[in-house]
Design a binder for this molecule. Sequence first.
Ligand SMILES: C[S@@+](CC[C@H](N)C(=O)[O-])C[C@H]1O[C@@H](n2cnc3c(N)ncnc32)[C@H](O)[C@@H]1O
Length: 246
Amino acid sequence: MTDDPYGDERLVGLYDLDNPDGIDHAYFRALADELKATKIVDLGCGTGLLTRSFAKEGREVIGVDPSKTMLDYARKQPGAEAVTWIDGDASAIEQSGDAGLVISSGNTMMHISNDDLPGVLTSVAGALKPGGVFSFESRNPAARAWEQWGRDATYGERDTPVGRLIEWMDVLEVDEGRVVFEAHNVFEDGSDAVSITTLYFRTAERLTTALEKAGLTDITIHAGWQTEPLTDTSRLFVFRATKPVD
Ligand SMILES: C[S@@+](CC[C@H](N)C(=O)[O-])C[C@H]1O[C@@H](n2cnc3c(N)ncnc32)[C@H](O)[C@@H]1O
């Protein structure tokens, strides 16, 4: 058992196969280009697949993640030298006030506890330049995704580059948007890489209030990566919030 749900090297090696470059990555890249961002911070960058794709001439890219396993993998990937990798959480983000864009993809913001959220958003705001944007996604609690995360619904077996893998999830606790689940990954040798993850499902109102308290404004929320309008049953919130120009 590991405290870090991304702490098993074999699973980290499979992460990009299971979470390939897609419409979400295209959204964040288009936003970076739209903002003409010359400095981008990726909070909770994980394996850095998206992070590395931001890199281009005249742009500084920084990836921050507390998982040593994820970051060690990121550092070894092609193009990794174009990114500055920082081991840590939001407290490690330089309060430089010059980033054009801070992003947090793959529902990373849902890993932040309610107690930590204000501090994280203050750090994000401190990194941004006036007019800079923070963008991230978070699941809508109203869609109750965790109800699909039981053992029967998630049990599967598949062949992977590291051999046959049997996997399933078990929800351990649901309490006011705080969902604790266990993920099992049984490899061919019989070992089970089991981890416990806590995710925080927050309403759009709660996230909006937290962003505003951190001094961010012009908050927009869409229900998907192609500016789909929000409804009561939308599964996803895609947020943008801007640091005001004084
Ligand atoms: C689902 S992965 C997403 C990785 C990547 N952003 C992506 O889009 O594929 C969640 C990431 O959040 C990181 N994480 C967990 N807690 C965090 C925290 N408090 N601050 C920043 N990142 C965190 C994990 O280490 C992991 O790499």
